[in-house]
Write a new protein. Structure first.
Length: 180
């Protein structure tokens, strides 16, 4: 068996991990993310009162890598990332990302993401916000020497949403948020 991970190509975040047997490539991982997840990988978060938000990550935005055995990646995939070489090949060792528990604020005019320490270089951020019928896919970056980015989205005050935040270099966050 080999450990394979599905990860967000833009930020490196592991969004799924599985132990595989009988894989199709020499690296031990299927060639394409769509081979594992179909057209999209649905991440789910409870909104309370029996409601669940589904945040689909498009297979076009995902990649697959065969990696060294890391049991933590099976239990808590968003805490890990894949690092790629200069020739865009994934390294076999997963990176454990620093966690953060504060810093996601959902308001009527946008999603503000604040990390604990100023970033050394521009840091890509991808966020998904559930809505009644659609999912808002937001992208941007935290500027160098800054700790924050605000991504525009229009929401209703008091509404509850599922939110996935992937800020490169920080553990991913999947949680329920109420618009303030």
């Amino acid at each position: 068996m080999a450990l394979s991970v599905v990860y967000a190509a833009d930020t490196g975040h592991v969004v799924g991990a599985l132990a595989l047997t009988g894989t199709r490539t020499g690296t031990g991982a299927p060639a394409e993310a769509a081979d594992l997840v179909g057209p999209a990988l649905p991440l789910r978060v409870s909104l309370g009162e029996g409601r669940v938000a589904t945040l689909p990550l498009s297979a076009r935005e995902l990649a697959v890598a065969a990696v060294d055995d890391e049991p933590g990646a099976l239990a808590e995939p968003l805490a890990f990332a894949v690092e790629v070489t200069t020739d865009n090949k994934p390294k076999p060792a997963l990176l454990r990302l620093p966690s953060w528990t504060e810093g996601i604020a959902l308001a009527t005019d946008g999603l503000t993401i604040t990390v604990r320490i100023a970033v050394a270089r521009p840091t890509p951020v991808v966020a998904l916000v559930s809505d009644e019928q659609n999912t808002h896919v937001l992208g941007g970056e935290i500027p160098a020497q800054q700790t924050q980015v605000k991504l525009p989205v229009t929401l209703v005050a008091g509404s509850t949403h599922g939110v996935l935040v992937l800020a490169a270099g920080w553990a991913g966050r999947l949680e329920r948020k109420v618009v303030t």
